[in-house]
Design a protein around this ligand. Structure first.
Ligand code: ASP
Ligand code: MG
Length: 448
């Protein structure tokens, strides 16, 4: 058994779904279980019509709903009845939200669940018309979660036995089970969702529950590259990377895989493949639990743009305790995550990527320290699990960057990254020098 997950862009239209069908149909002997996201940008649209309805813009909400309905009918005319039925329900719910002027997280989940409920029905239907023995499964009957609406956590001890009992016999009798990602339900049957981007999580939970031999995440990129293609072209495909390394690159900008979503797969030692549904023959990237030995000390250069550094200095910090707590309480109060941190005896520098509350943060910090702010920066993060025990790495890196001003350095506690901050204007130049230094001679077992 394998789990094949197709994201929103892989199922965004009739022709995209045809592509998915042909990918699945050439892998039937591996007993695929198919998990799909909502079509294209459907989830965003559902959430915005809900917001419209609750804000008294009822007609606008219903018009947006009609448009989404036309889109689904247009891309999937065969499934017209099923689609119309779901939209009738959705219309009732939106009218209710508008009438009450109230939108609870529970109702948000109900509304946003329609994206995956529709796409999974449509994909099942297309598979069937092409002669596949496909069967739709309502994920809400097997993915059982707690009640934290919009961000629900699966209850594994409830979910795993249900998955094994329901899906395994179907897959083994060569039925192609198709289910929506992202959605689940509480023990008493109330619809929940796993958080935005949750379909990868569903795929990983399903894979773990049925003991799949592999989980395939089909997206629109060729897997992980040695550098971010939006910054530098000519990066090499990373054939294999460890979960720990993939997670580290994801924290720092690589959007390919959200680290938390693969935890169930890691725990059961199931490899996760990242594949491109527009180039299905490209072998993608394999993410595995074990270390991946590699001649190159760095496996990937991840970047994060729009970074701000806040420098906090206090002479009172010298020999004092409690300063860091006081400082972090400010970030806590304004719900602003801190990415990177460096301290000396009297000063702390830290980076944030969400400047929404920056003025208020600065104001509060200024009450007990001197604060300066630098913006238009970028983090470059080198990921590779032998960075820390290979002598001379820092020397090579900083020599390669010789004319570039490095604003902050952090060698993470995770033991597999080396990160630093440069000006946004220097980002491309810095990445290209590092890439030339680190990837001119490639380990053919790891890169292509
Ligand atoms: N459709 C959901 C979202 O857009 C889940 C997903 O695509 O993974 O967040
Ligand atoms: Mg997605």
């Amino acid at each position: 058994m394998i789990v094949m997950k197709f994201g929103g862009s892989s199922v965004e239209s009739a022709s995209a779904i045809q592509r998915v069908a042909s990918i699945v149909s050439t892998r039937l002997e591996r007993q695929p279980i198919v998990v799909v996201s909502a079509m294209g940008k459907t989830t965003n649209k559902l959430l915005s019509m809900a917001a419209c309805a609750v804000n008294g813009r009822r007609a606008e909400a219903l018009e947006a709903m009609e448009e989404l309905k036309r889109f689904h009918l247009n891309e999937a005319p065969h499934a017209a009845d099923a689609i119309a039925g779901r939209f009738l329900e959705l219309e009732e719910i939106l009218k209710g939200v508008a009438a009450l002027g109230e939108l609870t997280p529970r109702t948000i989940d109900l509304i946003s669940s329609y994206g995956e409920r529709l796409s999974s029905l449509i994909v099942t239907d297309v598979f069937r018309t092409l002669g596949m023995d496909a069967m739709h499964l309502d994920s809400r009957s097997v993915i059982i979660t707690d009640r934290r609406h919009t961000q629900a956590a699966p209850l594994f001890t409830e979910t795993y036995p249900r998955l094994a009992a329901t899906i395994t016999p179907l897959a083994q009798s060569n039925k192609v089970v198709v289910m929506g990602g992202f959605i689940g339900s509480t023990l008493d049957g109330v619809t929940t969702t796993l958080g935005r981007g949750g379909s990868d999580f569903t795929a990983s939970i399903v894979g773990a529950g049925v003991g799949a031999e592999e989980i395939q995440i089909w997206t629109d990129v060729d897997g992980m590259l040695t550098c971010d293609p939006t910054i530098l072209t000519g990066g090499h495909r990373v054939k294999t990377i460890s979960f720990a390394e993939a997670a580290e690159s994801a924290y720092f900008g690589a959007k390919v895989l959200h680290p938390a979503t693969v935890v169930p797969a890691v725990e059961r030692n199931i490899p996760v493949l990242i594949l491109n549904s527009r180039r299905p023959d490209s072998p993608g990237t394999r993410v595995i639990a074990d270390r991946v030995p590699c001649r190159n000390v760095v496996k990937s250069i991840a970047c994060k743009r729009d970074i701000t550094i806040i420098n906090v200095t206090s002479t009172r910090m010298l020999m004092a305790y409690g300063f860091l707590r006081r400082m972090f309480e400010v970030f806590d109060r304004y719900e602003t995550p801190v990415d990177m941190l460096a301290t000396s005896e009297v000063s702390v520098s830290l980076t944030i990527d969400n400047p929404k509350n920056l003025p208020r943060i600065v104001e509060e910090l200024s009450q007990f320290s001197q604060v300066t702010v630098e913006s238009d920066l970028a983090i470059i993060c080198l990921v590779g699990d032998s960075i820390h025990d290979t002598p001379g790495v820092a020397g090579r890196i900083f020599t390669a960057l010789k004319n570039i001003n490095i604003r902050m350095i952090s060698q993470g506690a995770s033991r597999l990254n080396l990160g630093f901050v440069v000006s946004a204007d220097d980002l491309r130049d810095a990445v290209s020098r590092l890439h030339a230094e680190l990837f001119s001679d490639l380990d053919p077992d790891v890169f292509e």
